[in-house]
Design a protein. Structure first.
Length: 266
C-alpha cells in the first residue's frame, strides 16, 4: 500500500511540473508575439498644447454700392493676409447679390470682421461661432504617438525574429500600423488647417428700385417678343424655301387640272 501511495504522489508531482512548463512556454510565446503590450509613457513625453479653436463667421447685409463694398472687403482681405475661396454673383427681379467665401488666419479673424463691418447699418444675418477642439486634438495626437511607439516596438521585434512565419506576420502588422499612422496624421493636419485658418461667408446685396425693375422687366419682354417674331418669320420663310420643288410641282399640277376642266367645258 505504501508503494501505491508513493507512486500516486510521484505521478501528481510530475503532472504539476508539466503544467508549469506549459505555462512558461505560453508566457514566452506572448512575449515574442507582435501583440506585446507597450510600456506606459513617461511624463517627459507629455507636452503643453495651447487651446485649439475653430472660428467661423456668416454675414449678410444690404449695401447701396456693390463695387465700393467689394473694394472695402478686398482691402480688408489683403490687410489681414486672407484669400478669396469662392466668389458668386446673382441678379434677380428684386436685388443684385454677391456672395464671397473668405479664408483668413485665425489670429486676424476679429480684426477682419471689424474691417468689413464698417459702414454697415445693420446685419440681416450675423452668425459667429467658435468650436473648441483642444480635447479632440490632444486625443488624436496621443493616439498617433502610441501608434508610432508601437511601430518602433514591432521593428525591434522584427530584428530579433528568426522564423519566416514570424517575420511575415510582423511585417503585416507593421504595414497595418503604418496605414493607421498615415490616416491619423492626415486627420491631425486637417484639424490643424481648420484651426489655423478661419472661414467667413459674406453675402451683400443691393435692392433694385421697383420702377426700375418694372421698366427693365417689361422692356426686356417687348424686345424679346420682337426678336421672337422676327425669328419666327425667318424660320417660316426658310421652311418655304426648303420645299420649293413641291410648291412648283403643285402649281404645275393645278395648272394642268384647270386647263383640262376648261377643255371639257368647251
Amino acid at each position: 500500500m505504501r508503494y501505491i501511495f508513493c507512486f500516486l504522489f510521484f505521478a501528481l508531482t510530475l503532472s504539476g511540473c508539466e503544467k508549469k512548463a506549459g505555462s512558461a512556454y505560453v508566457s514566452e510565446d506572448k512575449i515574442m508575439s507582435v501583440n506585446t503590450p507597450m510600456p506606459s509613457g513617461s511624463s517627459s513625453d507629455e507636452m503643453v498644447i495651447p487651446q485649439k479653436i475653430i472660428k467661423q463667421g456668416n454675414l449678410k447685409f444690404e449695401t447701396d454700392d456693390l463695387e465700393s463694398t467689394f473694394d472695402q472687403i478686398q482691402t480688408a482681405i489683403k490687410a489681414n493676409k486672407g484669400s478669396v475661396q469662392n466668389d458668386y454673383q446673382e441678379k434677380n427681379y428684386n436685388n443684385i447679390t454677391r456672395n464671397l467665401t473668405v479664408r483668413v488666419p485665425s489670429q486676424n479673424f476679429d480684426s477682419f470682421l471689424q474691417a468689413i463691418s464698417k459702414g454697415v447699418a445693420y446685419f440681416d444675418e450675423k452668425n459667429i461661432s467658435s468650436q473648441n477642439v483642444t480635447e479632440e486634438y490632444i486625443d488624436l495626437n496621443s493616439r498617433l504617438n502610441t501608434k508610432r511607439k508601437l511601430e518602433a516596438r514591432y521593428l525591434e521585434i522584427l530584428q530579433k525574429a528568426t522564423k519566416i512565419s514570424e517575420i511575415l506576420e510582423i511585417e503585416k502588422q507593421i504595414s497595418t500600423i503604418r496605414e493607421e499612422i498615415e490616416a491619423k496624421e492626415g486627420q491631425l493636419k486637417y484639424l490643424e488647417s481648420r484651426v489655423s485658418e478661419s472661414v467667413i461667408t459674406i453675402e451683400f446685396y443691393k435692392t433694385i428700385a421697383q420702377k426700375e425693375g418694372v421698366k427693365i422687366s417689361y422692356g426686356s419682354k417687348i424686345w424679346n417678343a420682337i426678336k421672337s417674331g422676327f425669328f419666327s418669320l425667318s424660320d417660316f420663310l426658310i421652311s418655304i424655301v426648303s420645299v420649293w420643288p413641291f410648291i412648283i410641282l403643285f402649281v404645275v399640277l393645278v395648272y394642268f387640272i384647270r386647263k383640262r376642266f376648261k377643255r371639257k367645258k368647251a
